[in-house]
Design a protein. Structure first.
Length: 285
């Protein structure tokens, strides 16, 4: 039986990610594309080559890429996408869920240092940008470094810890007819409940739902205000068109972004959730 994509994706980055073993790979373009992976236009069912997908994405003013946070293959695809998209046309901006708004000044500082020729080790980069260790550096380091050294600004796409605390204590919700639909909030709530083994108090559930939607609203605003073409890397649940950032873009009266979800073979991604899906083989244990 195929699993729903929502059973495989994390809701809140504030939750500690499982420790994952890092696998080294060549920096050549072909090595970053997982063997046995496949790309599909969900609406038409047509298969695409990586180069055909690049053409589609390079023509889009805004692209949202949704990942499974602990999937090594997804991080390699993201690095491949960033490297190749900025070769096809000038990249306007790159946004990461893994960077919070209060980190933006130190991100800019690191970019300026690297741009002036200063050499920074990986540990120095992590220290300079105050990297959150909840996001394993072996997973994200190459993508972050590529973003820091690239010609386009690297921008935050997540609210600060202080803002999360405020929302948790006073659980208000962002306004908007699309994101406020009962079906949307019920689906997010169900996922949060499942992640807590069904054992979560109503007040805590409401708070976590509010945090999730404020995070999605912030991501939407950052994406809309970012220099275009803009490329946003987030968890798949944030990327999903039926519950995540795309709904908040609608609430802000923005033009739709192209959504690519990175998934695993055996899961189901529907046209209601994304425009394109890139499936990678299941990791053998």
């Amino acid at each position: 039986m195929k699993k729903s994509i929502f059973s495989c994706l994390l809701v809140c980055s504030s939750l500690v990610l499982a420790a994952c073993q890092h696998q080294t790979s060549s920096e050549t373009a072909n090595s970053l594309i997982p063997e046995g992976s496949r790309i599909q236009n969900i609406r038409t069912g047509a298969a695409l080559t990586p180069q055909q997908l690049l053409k589609v994405l390079s023509d889009a003013p805004m692209v949202i890429v949704g990942e499974e946070h602990t999937n090594i293959a997804h991080h390699e695809i993201e690095l491949w996408l960033l490297q190749n998209l900025q070769q096809k046309r000038p990249q306007g901006s790159v946004l990461l869920e893994m960077i919070t708004q209060d980190q933006q000044p130190v991100i800019d500082e690191a970019r300026q240092s690297l741009a002036t020729g200063k050499s920074l080790s990986e540990s120095q980069i992590q220290e300079t940008i105050r990297w959150n260790k909840g996001w394993p550096w072996p997973m994200y380091g190459k993508l972050v470094t590529e973003g820091l050294k690239g010609p386009a600004p690297l921008l935050s796409a997540n609210i600060s810890r202080a803002r999360i605390t405020e929302i948790y204590q006073d659980s208000t919700f962002p306004a908007g007819e699309h994101s406020s639909q009962k079906a949307v909030r019920d689906k997010i709530s169900d996922t949060i409940t499942v992640m807590h083994g069904g054992n979560i108090e109503a007040k805590q559930l409401t708070a976590m739902l509010a945090i999730q939607q404020h995070r999605d609203r912030f991501m939407a605003g950052q994406l809309l205000n970012a220099p275009q073409p803009a490329l946003l890397f987030v968890g798949g649940y944030h990327a999903a068109k039926d519950v995540g950032v795309p709904l908040h873009i609608q609430d802000l009266n923005g033009k739709p972004a192209v959504v690519l979800i990175l998934s695993t073979q055996g899961t189901t991604v529907s046209a209601a959730q994304a425009d394109y899906v890139w499936y990678v083989p299941t990791i053998k244990k």
